[in-house]
Design a protein around this ligand. Structure first.
Ligand code: PMV
Length: 350
């Protein structure tokens, strides 16, 4: 039998950094968060994923994946296979979705560097697989068959919660809604509304020791979680006001408190979950002292890892990076900024 191969499509999905964090789930199997979150989509930190479907290879176990352009294809990990088979059933409601996938994927950023690869990775995989199965070559093609960004975001969310925010650009609001089906993900502000820089400082390149799924599951063991969830709606409104008025000091003050609060929940969970490392504390003390002295205008946030993201004005970014490199020559600094949402295109000659 001759294999029939679909068009090869490439999805490019950016990573995102949460300003108001997603930590703790109301329903773990559906990735229904305990609270709304708000993120900034990045530009340079991306996952680039190409997929094509082999229509004569139906078995889910036949999906193959290679990491990096020259990587060797291997079987897709089980968790991802389960996600792909769930996704295939969803896509099939919009037409046929048959065939095992050949997937190639790479990130433009190193792993374990403080940039979550699951966010961009699952966003790119969702779009590439959907394109390969449906024959859609662009997002507009997908919209024509009833698959819009909101739907892609809802699908990507099932792979990894924060992936839903990577489908959109600018500043993205993930609303938890009153039920899992009532969730909504949309861009609250575009990139051009207020482009900001994100300097990611690699103070510790060791991989995190507790997965975010495990961390989410522990969140509600912290006594700090209930008051946190109760106070977050007002903090979110305050964040939106800070972005609307382009008030960096106000935004910075909120995001630092928010990151420290999430890490306080982590540290008071059972078992205790500590993503901070000694260089994190040292670096943050330096940052505050420099800011108080009037030497730099940058505010930090942290994800489930030890590496701070510094949010600052794009015009200050190079000078701040130089200052960091001078003070901490051992810490690599990745310079990124606000970006647009994920894209899909056909790959010629494949
Ligand atoms: O998408 P997950 O399950 O990897 O969770 C991400 C959690 C944080 O990065 C710590 C916060 C966030 O909102 O991205």
């Amino acid at each position: 039998m001759v294999s029939r191969e679909s068009v090869s499509v490439r999805a490019v999905a950016p990573s995102n950094i949460a300003l108001i964090k997603y930590w703790g789930k109301s329903d773990a199997s559906l990735n229904w968060p305990a609270n709304d979150s708000l993120s900034m989509t990045l530009h340079h930190a991306r996952s680039i994923t190409t997929a094509r479907a082999w229509t004569d290879a139906q078995s889910p176990g036949s999906h193959r994946i290679s990491f990096g352009d020259a990587g060797t294809a291997s079987r897709v990990p089980e968790k991802t296979t389960r996600f792909l088979e769930w996704l295939r059933a969803e896509v099939a409601r919009h037409g046929s979705a048959t065939g095992a996938l050949d997937i190639t994927t790479r990130n433009t950023f190193p792993s374990s560097c403080g940039i979550a690869s699951s966010a961009s990775g699952f966003a790119a995989l969702t779009m590439a697989a959907t394109g390969a199965w449906t024959g859609a070559r662009t997002i507009a093609d997908l919209e024509n068959i009833g698959i819009d960004r909101a739907k892609l975001a809802a699908w990507a969310r099932r792979g990894s919660g924060s992936a839903c925010r990577s489908i959109h650009g600018g500043y993205v609001h993930w609303q938890r809604g009153a039920s899992p089906a009532g969730q909504n993900v949309s861009s609250a502000f575009s990139r051009d509304d207020w482009p900001l820089a994100d300097l990611i400082v690699l103070v510790d390149d060791k991989a995190k020791h507790v997965s975010s799924s495990e961390g989410h599951a522990r969140a509600f063991t912290s006594l700090l979680m209930a008051p946190r969830v109760a106070a977050l709606p007002e903090r979110l409104r305050e964040t939106v006001r800070a972005i609307e008025s382009r008030d960096l000091e106000r935004l910075g003050t909120i995001i630092e408190g928010e990151a420290m609060e999430m890490h306080s929940v982590m540290m008071t969970s059972t078992p205790r979950t500590d993503y901070f490392s000694e260089p994190t504390t040292r670096f943050l003390a330096w940052l505050r002292a420099e800011r108080v002295a009037g030497n730099l205008n940058a505010w930090f946030t942290l994800d489930a890892g030890p590496n701070p993201h510094l949010i600052c004005r794009p015009e200050d970014s190079a000078a701040i990076a130089t200052r960091i490199k001078k003070e901490f020559p051992a810490f690599p600094v990745i310079e990124d900024h606000t970006g647009n949402g994920a894209t899909l295109e056909a790959v010629d000659g494949h």
